[in-house]
Design a protein around this ligand. Structure first.
Ligand code: URA
Length: 448
């Protein structure tokens, strides 16, 4: 008996034609975009074809309409969360990634103090930028993976009102695959691809309001203010068009935030902020983002109210509740590195550069970050900064402490710092500029 062959699935487009169209500078149609994203997600477009298309997009760009459609197609590749049944409005924050950027840790509980629920679905670090989940996993027992019901319980009337956890695999799965591919094909730092990647996850997450912290400088994807503005305004438009109240701050990432870069080190610094202390740049940015989130969620607060909630322990109480409900022990001592080395100032003067990328790569090489998604990270590894740009220093004074569990990493970490530390004469123009930049603070512009 002859068994009839199963009919072949007929694809409406050929991936090669879509790649060639973008390579030659054409605007992709809605139907082409919907198909290529869906077909990639189900495996009908090969990895090498998607990487060629990502490179064509990288080189040729996309119109705002194409970016919007690409974002919608990535959202449609998975499920959406729904927070509309919660008793409080929701607001989330997303940072485009930086060095020493621990802001999410004090920010989420701080915003929850003011009756705004914070569904902070976060990721792990890749390359020199840290990941929020890696930081929190240095707290003994803390668990990143929660079910949808557990997330809703954290945000509901009987929960702390804030949750920081892993984004489930079902949210924008097309982005998960595409992001890993971009990471290995030099196609990450591209406005259409970054904007659609971030916004597809945030819109699918279901937050009512979103504040974007778009980093600018050597330690960020966007090195120039103009590029960062374009990224911010593209994302604000995507969010607003999707019904999410969206705003953005452009913030400086030419030097690390705060005085630590590394997982447990950054948790310890966040605890200082939650205890009413901590470095001024971290506190100022935490407060500024909290005000934006509360206002975007329709519950505006004044700056002194936000600062008071850090000083009087209300944000710390919510933090402790959040951590313990996810299995963490908020009183457990954080792990410390068994090995440390000190980097000292080579001369007297003013520290005019402490480069974010150099410090980020040093922390990564010490073991704080990963080169591949599946690599483990060291909770204890990282860099403590004893001086920041604009500070006067003396020859021989400790500038940095390097921390690791694997001392063979010190040499490569020191190599990463070469050229990243500059000391200028006390009365030079460079010294005056560094002091002036420090006084301006980290917030450069507001969009939305
Ligand atoms: N973060 C993301 O989620 N996606 C990008 O493309 C870049 C940063």
């Amino acid at each position: 008996m002859i068994v009839p062959a199963a009919p072949l699935a007929v694809e409406p487009f050929d991936a090669v034609d879509v790649i060639a169209a973008k390579r030659d500078g054409a605007t992709l149609t809605d139907a082409q975009i919907d198909w290529v994203v869906a077909a990639y997600t189900r495996g009908a477009v090969a990895e090498e074809q998607m990487s060629a298309l990502a490179m064509a997009i990288y080189l040729r760009g996309m119109s705002r309409a194409e970016i919007a459609r690409w974002t919608d197609a990535m959202i449609a590749s998975g499920e959406r969360m729904d927070f509309s049944g919660l008793p409080r409005p929701t607001a989330d924050k997303h940072s485009t990634g930086g060095v020493g950027d621990k802001i999410t840790l004090p920010l989420a509980p701080l915003v929850a103090v003011f009756g705004v629920s914070v569904p902070q679905l976060s990721g792990r670090g890749l390359g020199h930028t840290g990941g929020t989940l890696d930081k929190l996993e240095s707290i003994p027992g803390w668990r990143a993976d929660l079910t949808g019901e557990e997330i809703l319980a954290m945000l509901g009337a009987d929960g702390p009102g804030a949750v920081i956890c892993a984004a489930g695999a079902g949210l924008a799965p097309a982005d998960k695959r595409l992001y890993a591919l971009r990471d290995t094909t030099a196609t990450v730092s591209c406005v259409p691809l970054i904007a659609s990647s971030i916004m597809s996850k945030k819109i699918a997450e279901g937050t009512g309001a979103l504040v974007l912290d778009v980093k600018v400088g050597s330690g960020a994807f966007m090195k120039e203010l103009g590029q960062a503005r374009e990224l911010a305004s593209t994302m604000v438009t995507l969010g607003t068009d999707a019904g999410v109240t969206t705003r953005a701050l452009l913030t400086d990432m030419s030097t690390p935030l705060g005085r630590t870069a590394g997982n447990a080190l950054e948790v310890a610094e966040s605890l200082e902020v939650l205890a009413g202390g901590g470095p001024a740049d971290v506190v100022d940015l935490t407060v500024a983002l909290a005000l934006e989130m509360c206002a975007a969620a329709g519950r505006p607060v004044e700056e002194d109210q936000a600062r008071a909630a850090l000083a009087d322990g209300r944000a710390m109480d919510i933090w402790r509740d959040m951590i313990s409900r996810q299995g963490g022990d908020p009183d457990a001592p954080l792990p410390l590195a068994p090995e440390t080395e000190t980097v000292t100032a080579p001369a007297d003067g003013v520290l005019t550069t402490l480069d974010a990328l150099a410090v980020g790569v040093a922390a990564w090489r010490l073991g704080a970050g990963r080169a591949r998604k599946e690599d483990p990270v060291q909770a204890v590894a990282g860099v403590t900064m004893h001086a920041k740009p604009g500070d006067e220093v003396r020859a021989g004074q400790p500038l940095l402490t390097l921390h690791t569990a694997t001392p063979e990493r010190f040499t490569r970490a020191r190599e990463a710092l070469a050229g990243g530390i500059v000391i200028s004469q006390a009365r030079s123009q460079e010294a005056a500029d560094a002091v002036a930049r420090r006084e301006c603070g980290v917030i450069l512009e507001r969009i939305g």
